[in-house]
Design a protein around this ligand. Sequence first.
Ligand SMILES: *Cc1c(COP(=O)(O)O)cnc(C)c1O
Length: 384
Amino acid sequence: MLATSKIEISQQALAKNLAFIRAQIGEQPRLSSVVKGNAYGHGLEVFVPMAEACGIRHFSVFDAAEAYRVQQVIQHPDTEIMIMGMIEDEHVDWAIESGISFYTFELERLAYAAKAAQRIKKRARVHIEIETGMNRIGYEAHELPAVAALLSSHPEHLHFEGLSTHFAGAESIANYVRVTQQRKLYKKISKWFSAQHLQPQFYHTACSAAAMRYPPTRMDMVRIGILQYGFWPSRETLIEFNAKANRQDNPLERLITWKSQVMDVKTVRTGEYVGYGTSYLASDTMKIATIPIGYAHGFSRALSNAGRVLIRGKRVGVIGMVNMNAITVDASQLENLERGDEVVIIGYQGDLELSVSSFGEFSNQVNYELLTRLPMDIPRHVVD
Ligand SMILES: *Cc1c(COP(=O)(O)O)cnc(C)c1O
């Protein structure tokens, strides 16, 4: 093993999650697999072919660079790619040539796309992102007549593939009013476009949380990120789902397992400090083990004196500060501990499990952030 840790991604878990999502959304909507952020840290190049093997034929990314990476690894001729965020004019040309669809949220880009399509002699597949209340990207109401004018005057250059928006926190009941207002505004703008004789091929608004919690938001396509990786957008979303479905288990399964190994073992005596500074003072004679993963590998410094890992089937705690490339754990309770023993940072060891959120704190967004911070250069392997 050249790297100090490795990540395993389970094909079976992905198949199970996608089947669950499909059962929830029904047969009709298209399922776009969101693979931005290096497929939420799972490794885009590893994940995309796995999803294709499960029948996924549509991938959504944030920018042109990610679209390019998806394009390099897709295997099925029908598979499509959609850029939901950043694209510059120079990459618009490439996207049109490659048949990659992209969001526009500014008039200049839409006008540029029309011109580029004319020059390239291929239709640009555009998604019109509208501002409905998230206040991030999206055309504002006063820009819509100009958008409609551009679409209407360039039918042979601009294919109106989608009308989209994104909800500002559909995973939380606290945002119910705001999301409801966004849904209303989206509907109103959809009708307005229809009145201009402009109808997109796909109406789409739903991320994972919206698709689960607000069925009418599913429309023609859902853009599913976190659920397919086996995580709920928030605890609330799982609790609400279970209450409605009258069940208590978790129908999703995590794909990811992150493992390393024991690098060194030693004994420290009562009254000695462990690691940098004075943050951990041994109150007893203790056995400690060092693991070669640190904040440079995505194991946050915030887990100093707080994180947990699994070794020899037991849960052990991080002591002292998380270093750039290493952590130290209290191994006093572990017998026959040896250098090279397996360490699980995320995943199962025996009956015990560490989920992503239990190695971090317990905020809603923790899964998204911890996953996407796993560095690209930790090797990813597909397992059954
Ligand atoms: C990230 C993202 C999604 C997917 O969100 P999940 O909560 O992971 O399902 C959908 N739509 C847009 C525009 C996004 O940026």
